[in-house]
Design a protein around this ligand. Structure first.
Ligand code: CO
Length: 484
């Protein structure tokens, strides 16, 4: 039985603001908290990956590797952890092996210590390259089991996947419950089963969306889980992770309760309260509250709210229940895929299309790619009729190989493209350009505009001749406008 103190990781710098503030926390807003976060003794700080790379480029004009460098410099004692979507890196489609390899190596070079690697279909082949390269870089490779509920996803199936991931060389396993749907006792059963079958440590990751999070952690701890992820209020609870202080109270007098400096935690909370205020344009009471709706419908909370908005746009609000009942139909036809980025969006849209136009009459390109195997091996077989429709519509043959085997190496092209654009052509830029070419352009445009404005402060930026009447005489006057 596991009797060592539970390791708490902290997610405030990644999942915390991704879940509660649309991933808008800037590096500048993080910096004042770093030394305290570093001193507290968290197992790892989740600082990067997920949506932070996309959002940082798009909305904050931050080059992703600059953030990693700054956070690493500010928290040198604690391990850094990132969320990596396997062969999708931090995007929504598969990339060739050389790009995945360069991304992992370069992130390791910039100080990333622990790679949490997942695949939306739980296909180990899509995690393989990232796991290999993380290991070869001397870093921690954490294999991930995405939790979902379906007739296929029994406790035994999750345990089998854990065994596969251990065999592939993972240093630890994460049970990732992205939607906060895993009930405490089911988490405990999976953990007990894994503990019987594998030797590597187990991390439990959940969300408080439906109010199960802290109870699930507690049950997981009782079952011997090694690590859990917590965050800091107000970037905690609701659609985020349970907060650190609450988890410590829940565990008071528990033999596995870790020790934390409560005063430092209070100071951190005060800092993040002010950041939360600054980000009020991106926060919502809907994300803050616990809502069991996600349990009723068994889909991620974020997917539910997106869904309601999309139905409204399509003037289909009155068909919510009907569309909703179509979700399991779509999931079953597509081989009971889990609902996590990007499959949650793909399944939601297809359910809507099926209701609006009739089943598979309007088949989205992404859903067809799933049906044909281009996202990877689905948990169960795709419905043969549905697969035939996708093959006919696209003219493509279904595949059973690892999807990335069909992709040619691309690093050389990426470097050439960067040269043509006049950007730096180092590995850092290559991998960002591979995933987010338009966002990288936007970043450089914003940077150039900022630099120009800074260089011009006090300079004359326009000269106009204005006609004025002075002392009864019409005169032309030269007016200079200065940059400020
Ligand atoms: Co999460």
């Amino acid at each position: 039985m596991n009797d060592s103190p539970v390791i708490f990781n902290n997610t405030v710098l990644r999942d915390g603001h991704q879940s509660l503030a649309a991933t808008r926390m800037s590096t500048a807003q993080m910096l004042p908290a770093l030394s305290k976060l570093d001193d507290l003794g968290f197992g790892a700080l989740e600082t990067w990956g997920g949506a932070t790379i996309d959002a940082g480029l798009r909305f904050l004009s931050e080059f992703p590797f600059d953030r990693l460098d700054a956070l690493k410099a500010g928290t040198p004692k604690t391990k850094h952890m990132m969320l990596l979507r396997g062969q999708n890196i931090v995007q929504y489609t598969n990339f060739p092996d050389d790009v995945v390899e360069t991304f992992v190596k370069t992130s390791a070079k910039h100080g990333m210590d622990l790679f949490r690697i997942f695949d939306a279909l739980n296909d180990p082949r899509n995690m393989e390259t990232a796991i290999k390269v993380a290991r070869a870089s001397g870093k921690h490779a954490q294999g991930t089991i995405c939790f979902t509920s379906s007739p296929f996803h029994t406790i035994e199936k999750f345990i089998e996947l854990g065994c596969v991931l251990e065999e592939m060389g993972c240093h630890s396993i994460c049970i990732k419950d992205m939607a906060g749907l895993i009930p405490p006792y089911i988490a405990a059963e999976i953990i007990r089963g894994l503990k019987k079958n594998i030797k590597i440590p187990i991390n439990l990751h959940t969300h408080e969306t439906a109010g199960l999070g802290a109870a699930t952690y507690f049950a997981g701890i009782e079952a011997g889980v090694d690590m859990i992820d917590t965050s800091i209020v107000p970037f905690a609870n609701g659609t985020g992770q349970p907060d650190t202080v609450r988890m410590l109270s829940l565990m008071e007098n528990h033999p596995r309760c870790p020790k934390f400096d409560q005063e430092a935690l209070r100071d951190l909370r005060a800092h993040f309260e002010s950041v939360y205020e600054e980000l009020s344009a991106f926060t919502s009471t809907k994300n803050e509250r616990v809502d069991s709706d996600a349990l009723t419908y068994q889909v991620p909370g974020g997917m539910l709210s997106n869904f309601r908005n999309q139905l409204k746009e399509q003037k289909m609000e009155d068909r919510f229940e009907e569309v909703f009942k179509e979700i399991p139909v779509v999931r079953k036809a597509l081989g009971w895929i889990p609902l996590v980025t990007p499959t949650s969006q793909i399944v939601g849209v297809q359910a809507m299309l099926n209701v609006k136009f009739g089943r598979w009459k309007n088949f989205s390109p992404q859903a067809m790619q799933i049906a044909l195997g281009y996202y990877g091996q689905t948990p169960t077989d795709v419905d043969p009729e549905v697969r035939a429709i996708a093959a006919k519509n696209t003219g493509q043959d279904p595949i059973t190989c690892r999807p990335a085997d069909l992709l040619s190496p691309n690093m050389k092209n990426l470097r050439e493209e960067l040269k043509t654009k006049g950007y730096p052509d180092d590995d850092e830029h290559c991998v960002i350009h591979a995933m987010y070419p338009q966002e990288l352009d936007k970043y450089y445009q914003a940077k150039a505009a900022k630099e120009e404005a800074a260089a011009n402060v006090g300079k004359v930026i326009s000269v106009r001749n204005l006609a004025m009447t002075i002392d009864g005489v019409r005169k032309e006057v030269k007016v200079e406008e200065l940059a400020g």
